[in-house]
Design a binder for this molecule. Sequence first.
Ligand code: NAD
Length: 260
Amino acid sequence: MTAGAALVTGGARGIGAAIAIRLAESGHDVAVADVRDAGETARAIEAFGRRALALSCDVRDDAAVAAAVGATEAKLGPLTAAVQVAGVWETIAFLDLDPAAWRRVLDVNLDGTFHVCRHAARAMAPRRAGAIVVIASNAATLAWAGGVHYTASKAAVVGLVKGMAYELGPLGIRVNAVCPGTIDTPATADELADPAARERQARSVPLGRVGQPGDVAEAVAFLVDPVRAAFISGESLYVDGAYGTHGEDAGFGGQVHSVV
Ligand SMILES: NC(=O)c1ccc[n+]([C@@H]2O[C@H](COP(=O)([O-])OP(=O)(O)OC[C@H]3O[C@@H](n4cnc5c(N)ncnc54)[C@H](O)[C@@H]3O)[C@@H](O)[C@H]2O)c1
């Protein structure tokens, strides 16, 4: 029994790969769109007995995104779920943030999200059904040093999700955001390579560890489910071990309780 076709952008590695594979596990045929080769993710999807499509697609390119949605429906059938994961960040102090650096992040994280959501929604609208999930970040509501442009892009994405949920609800399309904290992926590998840095990061999270791509994938699998998440739209689900309750430099040490 198929759960329909899903499109996952940024699925060649990291969080996107985990989501694509998790959606295959829950019965989706999955198209993986990325600027990197997504063949490895496609093979993992097929290992679940599902159909897979590896698409070369830059989410900054509106026409390429339209083509990716078209190819997904042509090869895998009606799109029931679209997950916009492709994203980038660079750590640059605000006073050094020139317009080119600003654009490098905004073009992917915000414009790319707009392109993917619009084309996915246009495909879903005639059938009056579908779920869109956007991977934002807990940085949507938290500052970090050198991350003004990233925070701005992810906060904008959360606003985009609210607006789309309002307009697309009457068309039977649900739209939600997932806001991860620090997750162990190739993009954070350098930052977490030093065991002391990893330990510091883990200690700053009330649940005491760095997140894994599978933590995010579970949230997405829930949100795209037309039964379990049937009445949830316009929401942002934080998957950050409660990090967002206190902020980057709060220095939580886990030693606040005297009775345990
Ligand atoms: N890893 C974290 O700690 C973390 C935390 C919060 C939010 N996020 C968000 O989760 C998403 C995935 O992060 P990740 O850590 O897995 O990153 P990653 O770099 O490991 O994977 C991102 C994928 O997106 C692809 N991509 C980049 N630009 C693209 C473009 N223009 N078009 C198509 N594909 C493109 C990359 O090729 C890569 O395969 C991003 O949106 C990121 O902002 C990550």
